[in-house]
Design a protein around this ligand. Structure first.
Ligand code: A3P
Length: 294
């Protein structure tokens, strides 16, 4: 934390910019003790992590919303590299105290994942979102997150983001790194756009990956409970239970739009064409492709 402003600074760990709090506690995070039955949800920030967390929790609780609504999402599914101001427990502390099976969250790029996840061959769900909507969501989140330095103008933010100078580093390296990792680890790689297109289909994929069945009735309950409007209205999933000194919802809500293609209201034609050219170059041979509209 920057003592003068109270904001996080960015500090590089193995070349990746992370929050100064994460960096200060890096040894604890690196030594994180995964358990074989942990499920890790991994994303670049603002790809729709909360959506998958809530879906998995609902699957684990056989579609019973009352069981899931007992605690805010961030307490049911700890964010392993997050260190918030006291008295809020760190992700590491929350996870340690939690009974199995745990649903954990991380935004770390593949090369920084604590080694115990690989050693225990833990199942991982990776969710990727097209870079344009991801950037717009991240910009608005950076405005409402009072721990992050103000992102300034959209233009400057976008340039920084595409250059990989923001928290968690390059979006390209993140989505590609995890894409490659799925060839040799149990990783279910999902896309936000597919989730929006057919949530029931993607929820079934998740359940199958977890080795769990979801009867039709349960599936419908999960689809309804995890729909954008439901999660936006639910204090246990919309992050309004955190103090406004951390997330200021009057600047922008956490559950903001939840759509594909909203980037068109923010990008100029020149910005869009510029980014398309970079995407063609960066993703060209990866085998990864993204839809920017449905
Ligand atoms: P927008 O800012 O575009 O609205 P994360 O959970 O990784 O922080 O990502 C937050 C983004 O995912 C926000 O995007 C949020 O609205 C969207 N999101 C969260 N839950 C969602 C849901 N149930 N359906 C669709 N989008 C969802």
């Amino acid at each position: 934390m920057d003592h003068e402003s109270g904001h996080w600074r960015l500090v590089k760990i193995e070349g990746i910019p992370l929050s100064s709090k994460t960096a200060e506690n890096w040894e604890q995070i690196r030594g994180f003790q995964a358990r074989p039955d942990d499920l890790l949800i991994c994303t670049y920030p603002k790809a729709g992590t909360s959506w998958i967390q809530e879906i998995v929790d609902m699957i684990y609780h056989e579609g019973d919303p009352q069981k899931c609504d007992q605690l805010p999402l961030y307490q049911r599914s700890p964010f392993i590299e997050l260190f918030l101001p006291k008295p809020i427990l760190s992700g590491v502390q929350e996870a340690k105290a939690m009974p199995s099976p745990r649903i954990l969250k991380t935004h770390l790029p593949v090369q920084l994942l604590p080694s115990s996840f690989w050693e225990h061959n833990c199942k991982i769900i990776y969710l990727a979102r097209n870079i344009k909507d991801n950037a717009v969501s991240y910009f608005n989140f950076s405005r409402m997150n009072q721990l992050i330095l103000n992102p300034g103008e959209w233009n400057d933010f976008l340039e920084n983001f595409v250059a990989g100078k923001g928290m968690c580093g390059s979006w390209f390296d993140h989505v590609c790194g995890w894409w490659k990792a799925k060839d040799h680890h149990p990783i279910l790689y999902l896309f936000y756009e597919d989730m929006k297109e057919d949530p029931a289909r993607e929820i079934q994929k998740i359940a199958k990956f977890l080795g769990l069945g979801v009867p039709e009735l349960v599936l419908n309950q999960i689809v309804q409970h995890t729909a954008f409007e439901s999660m936006k209205a639910n204090p246990m999933t919309n992050y309004t239970t955190l103090p406004s000194s951390i997330l200021d919802h009057t600047v922008s809500p956490f559950m903001r739009k939840g759509t594909v293609g909203e980037w068109k209201e923010h990008f100029t034609v020149a910005q869009s064409e510029w980014l398309d050219a970079i995407c063609a170059q960066e993703l060209g041979r990866s085998g990864l492709s993204f839809r920017t509209q449905l």
